[in-house]
Write a protein that binds this ligand. Structure first.
Ligand code: HEC
Length: 287
């Protein structure tokens, strides 16, 4: 006889598995990142254009010195729903970078100024060079990092998350990581060229603290003050939001379509219910 697990026992297995998941996450020594309010969270979430512009500035001035972002073409920055750059701004930005092209008629490869259709060039020639310049750990590519990093929220959170549609683990983690540098606790030795980070799994990270308060200047508002505080915490949030957009530029469209589909399914379920009632109305006991 084959054993078919009952619904209750499947639930029990899921609960136990999630506890095990939680203990694995804790065993890796990383703290759970605090939750933030994101403009793009929830079923009607939208990116905040000014935040994406600030996040891009942080990426451009700081992170892009070490991290690549191979899947982002310059022209994407002018797409609707993004940071809202004009085509002219994108062309000027691209022209400040050099890319390799060729071969030309003589069979030689050559360098030329980048164009909007080019992808964001890597700061290092290859992965080995990137690792050699960073204490043996290559800085990961940024194209999908906001979606690629996550952590176990464990029971009962993962049940609530289904209803609240919480999907912002990646951005919460990235922003926490950026302000998570601190003194190692007594008795913990950090190897040379590595740093202690509260939120990095294992706590020892090869990335030096990349941000300082006041390092990136934000555009001034009408009152002459910067649009947002020029602090590590704010830089971290803004650049994480920007990375979320890079990883999923069509997030708004996806949420919009999903909402329409759900409304359609609800209406359709209602129609099916009444159709069923009508069809079975002649059969005794099936009204
Ligand atoms: C000096 C070079 C350098 C700069 C500048 C830099 N990083 Fe990094 N970053 C690294 C290296 C090296 C690693 C790999 C760390 C490791 O694996 O130990 C890394 C890893 C990361 C990770 C992945 C952590 C993980 O979970 O694997 C994130 C996210 C990140 N950096 C974000 C940023 C952001 C955002 C900025 C800009 C504010 C930035 N970095 C600036 C060198 C840099």
């Amino acid at each position: 006889m084959t054993y078919i697990p009952s619904f209750a026992s499947r639930i029990a297995v899921a609960v136990i598995a999630s506890f095990m998941g939680a203990s694995v996450a804790l065993a890796s020594g990383a703290a759970v990142p605090p939750r933030n309010d994101w403009s793009f969270a929830g079923p009607f979430g939208k990116f905040d254009e000014t935040q994406l512009q600030r996040g891009f500035k942080v990426f451009h001035e700081v992170c892009s010195n070490c991290h690549s972002m191979n899947k982002l073409a310059f022209r994407t920055l002018a797409q609707e729903g993004g940071p809202g750059f004009s085509e002219e701004q994108v062309r000027a930005l691209a022209a400040t970078y050099k890319v390799k092209d060729g071969p030309n008629d003589n069979g030689d490869y050559f360098e030329r100024a980048a164009r909007p259709a080019d992808f964001w060039p890597s700061p290092f020639a290859n992965k080995q060079a990137a690792a050699a310049a960073n204490g043996g750990a290559a800085p990961p590519d940024f194209s999908v990092i906001a979606k690629a990093r996550t952590y176990e929220r464990g029971f009962p959170w993962f049940v609530f998350d289904i209803f609240t549609q919480f999907q912002e683990q990646g951005v919460d983690y990235i922003s926490a990581l950026l302000h998570g540098y601190e003194e190692a606790p007594a008795g913990f030795t950090v190897p040379d060229g590595k740093y202690y980070n509260h939120y990095f799994p294992g706590n020892v990270i090869a990335m030096p603290p990349p941000l300082l308060d006041g390092q990136v200047s934000y555009e001034k508002g009408a009152d002459g003050k910067p649009q947002a505080p020029e602090t590590v915490v704010q830089y971290g949030k803004d650049v994480a939001a920007f990375l979320m957009w890079v990883a999923e530029p069509h997030l708004e469209k996806r949420k919009e379509i999903a909402f329409k589909v759900l409304v359609f399914l609800l209406v359709f379920a209602g129609l099916l219910y009444f159709t069923k009632k009508k069809i079975w109305s002649d059969v005794a006991g099936h009204a």
